[in-house]
Design a protein around this ligand. Structure first.
Ligand SMILES: Nc1ncnc2c1ncn2[C@@H]1O[C@H](COP(=O)(O)OP(=O)(O)OP(=O)(O)O)[C@@H](O)[C@H]1O
Ligand SMILES: [Mg+2]
Length: 215
């Protein structure tokens, strides 16, 4: 079954057509890359899926339901973990621990479940030592890995990541690759990182001149 589908999605920003009748379908458990040159509209595309950018034409469907108004997008965002291209746009909590707990708190989980989940994710990404740090005091790579970790605590069905390997050292790159290889979640990764693409032989889409094509 299709988890996410886009039908003829068109996005115009400042009278410029950025996305031109994009159609795309992602099934449950499917993992794909979206590649394309700087300014092609990759971030715009995934921000449109999240409801951060309005679209002029076409349709988005998630889990069989049309996503049309803000309430629909709020529902979608409960099930989709979104990793921003720039971690500073994403991280806002005073501490790493609070950042990781934010999603589950919002979903109304009880304290015990949240505590266990936060500890599990901190351990998985090998960042227990960052637990009580201020998010704004982290290094660039630390911010990146925290921004990935914190969308996973709410156990989303779909992950959408905008250049998740940017700034990661070899050790954290390996952790990310192993996670992406082994997760049973559906994943869309936007990237320029050829090493990441080589490591994961996923279906690859290319965005260019407003059109999305399969490689
Ligand atoms: N808010 C906005 N208003 C007007 N134009 C915008 C806006 N946001 C993005 N754009 C334009 O849309 C185009 C696509 O930008 P986008 O950030 O989606 O590209 P990208 O493929 O993610 O590029 P990169 O690989 O550099 O991250 C660019 O030409 C950009 O200038
Ligand atoms: Mg981008």
């Amino acid at each position: 079954m299709s988890l996410l589908s886009l039908n003829n999605l068109t996005v115009i920003l400042k009278e410029q057509i950025i996305l031109n009748k994009i159609s795309f379908s992602l099934s449950s458990g499917e993992k794909v890359f979206i590649l394309g040159p700087n300014g092609a509209g990759k971030t715009t595309l995934i921000e449109t899926i999240m409801g951060f950018v309005p679209f002029q034409k076409g349709q988005i469907k998630f889990k069989g339901k049309v996503v049309a108004n803000e309430k629909d997008f709020q529902e979608l965002r409960k099930n989709v973990g979104y990793v921003f291209q720039n971690p500073d746009d994403q991280l806002f909590s005073p501490t790493v621990e609070e950042e990781l707990a934010f999603g589950p708190l919002n979903l109304g989980w009880d304290r015990k479940r949240i505590k266990e989940k936060v500890s599990e994710i901190l351990a998985f990404f090998n960042i227990e030592h960052l637990r009580h740090k201020n998010t704004y005091e982290l290094s660039g790579g630390e911010k990146r890995i925290v921004s990935i970790a914190c969308v996973l605590t709410m156990e989303p069905e779909l992950l959408i990541m905008d250049e998740p390997s940017n700034g990661l050292d070899e050790k954290n790159f390996r952790i990310l690759v192993e996670f992406l290889k082994n997760t049973d979640k559906s994943v869309i990764v936007v990237t320029h990182d050829k090493d990441l693409v080589r490591e994961l032989s996923w279906k690859t889409y290319f965005l260019r001149e407003g059109k999305l094509t399969e490689e």
